[in-house]
Every structure is written in C-alpha cells, then in structure tokens.
Design a protein around this ligand. Structure first.
Ligand SMILES: Cc1cc2nc3c(=O)[nH]c(=O)nc-3n(C[C@H](O)[C@H](O)[C@H](O)COP(=O)(O)OP(=O)(O)OC[C@H]3O[C@@H](n4cnc5c(N)ncnc54)[C@H](O)[C@@H]3O)c2cc1C
Length: 420
C-alpha cells in the first residue's frame, strides 16, 4: 500500500491481538511501533488453552449456564468463583450478561461471532508461516478437540448449542465410548459420551508464537517499545500520537488500542462507556505429565481443558470474578488439578507450575473492532474474552482495513464500541 508507506501507526498493547494488528499494519505499509510494558509473549494468551476455537460461537451467557450459576457459586470446588471485591463492578456487567441469554439473542450473537471465526485459518495462514519460519518449529497442532461428558443427559443439554454450531457450517461429530477410546487411549473406559470438534486446531506454544510474530514485525521494519502508554494525545479532533508513562511522546497517524483489560481507560474521557470485565482463568502446567493426549480434551462437567502443549500438559479453565488488582488465588488451579488427577490417576504432576490470565470480556462475548467516533484515527481492538487467540489474525486484518480508510470487507456494526 504505497499511500500508507510513510504512515506511522502506534499499537497500544502487544498481546495476541496487538501483535496481530501490528503485523497486519506493518505488512500493509505502515511504520508500526508496538508499545507494551510486558515482554513479548508474556500476556494473557501465554496461559490460554491455545485453541483455535472456531465454533465457540455460542456466547458465554447461554441459558444453560445461567441456570447453573447459583449451584456453582455454592460449591467451593465448582467452575465459577466470585470474590467479594468484584461484586460492585460485576453487578451492572452481569445484568447486561443475563440480557444476552435469551435464545434469539444467543442465536444472533452466534451468527455474528461466526462471521469472524469462519475467516480464522485464512487470516492466520501468513502469520503462522512467518512465525514457524522464524522459529524453525511447528507451532500449530492440527488435531481438533474432543469434548467429553459424564452422562447422556449432559450431552443432550448441549445439543441445542451444537446444533447452532452445525447450522453455521462447523463440524460436530458425536462420539461413543469406543470412538473416544480409539481417539484418546488415556480416556478409555472413562467416558461414553463425547463430541469431536474437528475444525478446531491449536497453538502448541502460545508464548513462542507471539514472540515470533512480534519478531516478524520487527524484521519487516517495525519497532517495539517496552513501556506503558499513559494517554492518547489529541489535536483538532484527531489523535496525533501517544504519551508514554515516562513522558516520552510518539507521533502517530493511526493509534490502535489493543490493550486487553487495559483498553477501557483510554475511552473514558471520550465518553465511550465500555463494560469490559477481566475474568480470571487458571492453569496448572505439568511439564512431564507421563500420559499422552492426542487431542485437547474439554471435560464439560469438570469445567476444564487438558491441552497438550510444547512445554507440557496444561490443565486450565475456571471462571473467577475478582477485582482488577486482586492477587491470584491459585487454589482455583489446585481444584482443577485435583479433578484432573481423579479423572486420570496416572498423571505425574511433579514440578507443576501455576499460570493465570484475565480474559477481557464484554457481556455479550463479542469483541470491539471499531473506529473511535470522536477520534476517527483511533482504532479499537479489544474485549475478545475467551476467543482472543482464535480471533487475533482476523481482528488484525480488519483493523488494517479500517486503517486504510476504505469500507471494511464485512459489516462491523455487531462489534461496535457504541453498542452498550
Ligand atoms: C485460562 C484461559 C484459557 C483461554 N483459552 C483460550 C483458547 O483456548 N482460545 C482462545 O482463543 N482464547 C483463549 N483464552 C482467551 C485469550 O487468552 C484472550 O482472549 C487473549 O489473550 C486476549 O488478548 P489481548 O491481546 O486482547 O489481551 P492481552 O493478552 O491481555 O494483552 C494486552 C496487552 O496490553 C498491555 N497493556 C495494557 N495496558 C497498557 C498500556 N496502558 N500501555 C501499553 N500496553 C498496555 C498488557 O501489558 C498486555 O500485554 C483463554 C484465556 C484464559 C485466561
């Protein structure tokens, strides 16, 4: 893009979404500066389950979940926890969340998310190629995911949701005990009801993937600054750059806010109220698990995922609402580790490590991919919730389209920051 050749773009936040935006903008001819106080790869996706969850289009507010919340809250080992520090900020968010649980709304949100997820592999292909070439190793696993259930009734309760996935063209194949045992010998005899989500893939080293992608941006001529951004500088109704915490100023023709949970504060002074909530999830990483899994396994009743990664087996999940500055409560990770041990007693947990991440969640489970109305050269890319890894590259492509000033290739109204 010759007309972008000398345009400066500052991307605030170098997690998976920011790194993907930086990559797309730099490739599109912008001169990109990626700014983040953390080291490349050391962001929320480091402790994600690594799934390209392309059919995870049913919002978190699905009616089945709403019904289960009271019993989960009463069970200290359940998949949901609410810390007292979060109650005040959670209440308005939760009311919006419940409003998204109506079947018609669930159906609508699923269609809107599918409009993004159906592009995931096409959008990621060049980033994966660049990142694997850089590291010289495979970062992607093409193995799909298996979801297992304790009973036929538990599987049946999900049918309405996997029918939604099917209607949007995603693969959902029911599995019996034999099929589960054949696909996953470690689970033989343990489950009789399952689903194979054949079109999911996984990143096997999320930290390494983001590092490699960031290095690709630098190799294409971009820059990275390790510092927090304090403010977006404005003049005459446009952004002219950003000021870093230390006072240094960076000029920019385009500013992209992709700061995950840190994004909201950039818009408070601009009158945009974005109900962004960090929802904590935990991981226990077993470096030498002693048991091999061919797929990632979602254990629906346990509320966790077993994800084979390059660095070991990750056992992750849980939904915890806590204040933004609350210390992690690693008992949540112990609970899922105990459940995993009960499921697969052969697991070797020696030398295990804890991980924690805060998913940047909006109450309707959809991200914001938009242009700021008051500052039209400020673009917004945040709030990806449980799908940030999945949607990183697609978001990056759409942000690059917005930065070109042309109409984007799809309607972005469902992802407007002004929908709340
Ligand atoms: C347990 C768990 C499992 C998950 N599993 C999956 C999965 O299987 N598949 C999937 O798609 N997603 C998954 N997710 C969700 C996914 O990890 C997130 O959606 C994604 O990482 C969010 O990326 P992000 O770039 O928007 O935000 P972040 O990764 O949080 O990055 C934001 C960055 O902005 C920086 N920042 C903040 N404020 C500033 C500032 N003022 N100036 C400069 N920089 C700033 C931060 O330092 C940070 O590096 C999971 C999450 C968890 C916790």
């Amino acid at each position: 893009m010759d007309n972008n050749a000398k345009k400066q773009a500052v991307v605030i936040g170098g997690g998976i979404v920011g790194a993907c935006c930086a990559w797309s903008l730099q490739r599109d001819g912008h001169q990109v500066t990626l700014v983040d106080p953390a080291q490349p790869g050391d962001s929320t996706a480091k402790w994600s389950c690594g799934q390209m969850a392309v059919s995870e289009i049913v919002p978190l507010s699905k009616p089945g979940i709403i019904k289960k919340i009271p019993s989960w809250l009463c069970d200290s080992t359940g998949p949901l926890a609410l810390r007292p520090s979060a109650v005040a900020s959670l209440t308005p968010w939760f009311l919006r969340f419940i409003a998204c649980a109506r079947p018609a709304r669930v159906e609508q949100i699923a269609g809107e998310l599918a409009s993004l997820t159906r592009h995931v592999y096409t959008d990621y292909a060049p980033l994966i190629e660049a990142s694997e070439a850089k590291t010289g190793r495979k970062l992607f696993r093409e193995h799909g995911v298996i979801e297992v259930f304790d009973s036929a009734a538990d599987l049946e309760a999900e049918r309405v949701h996997f029918d939604v996935r099917r209607r949007h063209g995603f693969e959902v194949e029911e599995m019996n005990a034999e099929a589960i045992a054949e696909a996953e010998p470690a689970l033989a005899g343990r489950f009789r009801h399952g689903l194979r989500l054949g079109d999911w893939k996984a990143v096997s080293d999320t930290e390494g993937f983001i590092q490699a992608m960031t290095q690709s941006v630098l190799d294409m001529g971009g820059e990275r600054i390790t510092a927090p951004v304090r403010a977006i500088d404005t003049q005459g109704g446009r952004a002219i750059g950003v000021t870093l915490e230390g006072g240094q100023k960076l000029a920019a023709d385009t500013v992209v806010v992709a700061a995950g949970n840190g994004s909201r504060h950039f818009f408070e002074t601009l009158g945009v109220r974005i109900p962004l909530m960090g929802i904590t999830g935990y991981q226990a990483l077993l470096p030498r698990p002693g048991v091999e899994f061919n797929h990632s396994i979602i254990y629906a009743n346990g509320g966790f995922c077993l994800a084979p990664m390059t660095r070991g087996l990750q056992i992750g999940g849980t939904i915890e609402f806590a204040a933004a500055d609350a210390k992690p409560n690693y008992k949540r990770a112990d609970i899922i580790l105990d459940k995993a041990r009960a499921l697969v007693p052969e697991l070797d947990d020696s030398g295990f490590e804890y991980g924690v991440g805060r998913r940047p969640f909006l109450p309707d489970t959809k991200p914001v991919i938009d242009r700021c109305r008051k500052l039209p050269n400020v673009l917004m890319a945040f709030g990806h919730g449980q799908l940030g890894l999945t949607l990183g590259a697609t978001t990056g492509r759409l942000i690059a389209e917005l930065a070109r000033g042309a109409a984007p290739s799809q309607d972005l109204t469902p992802f407007s920051a002004y929908r709340f």
